[in-house]
Design a protein around this ligand. Structure first.
Ligand code: GLY
Length: 431
């Protein structure tokens, strides 16, 4: 079978790698990939969803899997389905769960799913009045897609006013900031929870601990993700059942029955677990319609079940018959990012702020083959030299019988990689 993966990042490299492991897959194509992906798949220069559908039709692709949220929100699933092409992911209507934070919160409230207190604003003045009036710490979220960086966690009223100004008036996230969702900032344990769903049945994946802040000890700015490991240290079967019964099941059933949305694909719940007496309440902070990056880089190497079988079950409504099997070993992912560097006009602060690209990378060829290297932002120049093209550059995923072993392996291998300004968090998995 021929599989097409849509995406260019580390998550998408991991998805392509997972399909390449399948005995059922003869050829993996990726639109449009990067230098690491090109080592395991055929990269296709299709940039628009129409070019991707044209390629899939011409090449007779049997199955397409979408990595990032943008093509999903642009309607790639509707387009492929209109041409009779098999594709995994939610359609454009269901993709609103990620592409509109405001509408989703309203929907969750109507479905009775636990969420923080919130209000939606399109007028910055009214938003400022609200944060002054409630007085408690808030999170200000841009309504639309903002590459995972659209939530500003505020500690006081001046901070919240600055966030409103930045998102709604300075438009640091563009039109994604035309509306904001302002939520009460909750205290609790944060958790990312991933499932496969065919719109009726839901199968949870093994959980992951991720690290979103740029620097060690959870300091610095929020990023798309700086590292991750799995299995998760405290998510147990009881908690999984609580999340399934209080969030995942009422959500998938509710959007289908109340809003006519058949949600098929990956469901990624961003949760805050709060305690009320003896009860744990999984409150939904956000919903994403795809695998996480770098969560996918540690989940997929642990998934022993063939991803093609899971995709077929999602597409044919047979997910209830699927039992996932998982490798019990730990996987730990460290991400190397473009940090501070000197440019012609001064300093680049480095990811998640501005960073330099086109920087030569060395040492990747010396990484132990027992580890996986998934690329996020790389390309090769005409002479074959590996160069940086992004803030997140590449990751190393190690395996270990326990967390300490996985961590030692990943750190040891990361020492071999080098590029100007390279930084990575040294505390991933250091509990
Ligand atoms: N790691 C966070 C995300 O993929 O949105």
């Amino acid at each position: 079978m021929k599989v097409l993966v849509i995406g260019t990042g580390g998550r998408d490299h991991a998805i392509a790698w997972k399909f390449a492991q399948s005995r059922r897959v003869k050829q993996v194509y990726v639109a449009h990939g990067n230098a690491g992906i090109a080592e395991i798949a055929t990269c296709v220069d299709a940039r628009t969803i129409t070019e991707m559908a044209d390629f899939a039709e011409k090449e007779r692709i049997d199955l397409t899997f979408v990595g990032p949220e943008k093509p999903l929100s642009a309607g790639i699933v509707d387009l492929f389905e209109s041409r009779g092409l098999a594709i995994v992911g939610p359609n454009q209507q269901a993709s609103r769960l990620e592409s509109s934070k405001c509408d989703t919160k309203v929907m969750l409230r109507e479905l009775g799913i636990p969420i923080p207190e919130f209000e939606v604003f399109s007028d910055p003045e009214k938003a400022r009045d609200y944060v002054r009036q409630v007085g408690y710490p808030v999170v200000v979220k841009a309504d639309g897609l903002a590459a995972g960086k659209g939530s500003l966690v505020c500690s006081g009223i001046p901070d919240a006013e600055a966030a409103i100004r930045a998102i709604m008036e300075e438009r640091i996230f563009g039109d994604a900031g035309a509306r904001v969702d302002i939520e009460k900032r909750l205290n609790g344990r944060e958790l990312s929870f991933f499932c496969f769903t065919d719109g009726y049945s839901i199968v949870p994946m093994e959980a992951v601990q991720d690290y979103k802040r740029a620097r060690d000890n959870d300091e610095g700015k929020n990023t798309g993700g700086m590292g991750a490991y799995s299995p998760h240290p405290w998510l147990d079967e009881v908690l999984v059942q609580t999340i399934m019964s209080q969030v995942a099941e009422p959500l998938i059933q509710g959007v289908r029955e109340k809003y006519g949305m058949l949600y098929r694909g990956i469901l990624y719940l961003g949760l805050m677990l709060t305690e009320e007496g003896a009860q744990t309440i999984p409150q939904v902070l956000e919903i994403n319609i795809r695998l996480g990056d770098p969560e996918a880089q540690v989940i997929l190497p642990r998934l022993d079940t063939d991803l093609v079988d899971v995709c077929e079950a999602m597409l044919t409504g047979r997910l209830k018959d699927v039992r996932l099997s998982w490798d019990e070993h730990y996987r730990l992912c460290l991400i190397a990012v473009s940090g501070p560097t000197k440019g012609k006009k001064g300093w680049y602060k480095g990811y998640p702020d501005r960073y330099k690209i086109g920087v030569p990378i060395t040492g990747v060829d010396r990484i132990d083959p027992a580890c996986l290297a998934f690329h996020s932002g790389t390309e090769r120049d005409g002479a074959g030299q590996l160069l940086t093209t992004g803030g997140r550059v590449l990751c190393i995923v190690s395996r270990g019988r326990d967390l300490a072993e996985a961590r030692a392996n990943a750190c040891g291998e990361m020492e071999k990689v080098s590029f100007e300004g390279m930084t990575y968090r040294k505390d991933i998995g250091k509990n």
